[in-house]
Design a protein around this ligand. Structure first.
Ligand SMILES: [Ca+2]
Ligand SMILES: [Ca+2]
Length: 109
């Protein structure tokens, strides 16, 4: 499978795998979200962007329509935001490293 094929199917498969754990099978509740963040994100750089240790905060950040769970659309946005953060880190484009103000959706440490 080509790399983008892989990325796309992975995003969908990971979401579905965790979402069908309990409750609504098309949404991640707090426990499910915590598991995804803990198990599917290992890179410290990305982990620092979304803290599974404070799941209340992570949920608030991701749950754009405020229904208490993360749907696929919200999950995609999260993955996309992480990709953008990684891109900025790698290229130095976008977020300024020594800027005191936090970048929207991509806080710089
Ligand atoms: Ca669920
Ligand atoms: Ca939601």
């Amino acid at each position: 499978m080509a790399r983008l094929d892989q990325v796309i199917t992975n995003i969908v498969d990971i979401f579905l795998e965790y979402a069908e754990g309990e409750g609504n099978k098309n949404q991640l509740n707090k426990d499910e979200l915590k598991k995804v963040l803990e198990q599917e994100i290992q890179s410290p750089e990305l982990k620092s962007k979304i803290n599974a240790g404070d799941i209340e905060e992570a949920m608030e950040m991701l749950d754009k329509n405020h229904d208490g769970e993360v749907n696929f659309r919200e999950f995609c946005r999260c993955v996309c935001d992480l990709a953008k953060c990684y891109y900025h880190k790698k290229t130095g484009k976008g977020g300024k490293r020594n800027k005191s103000k936090e970048q929207e959706g991509c806080p710089e440490d």
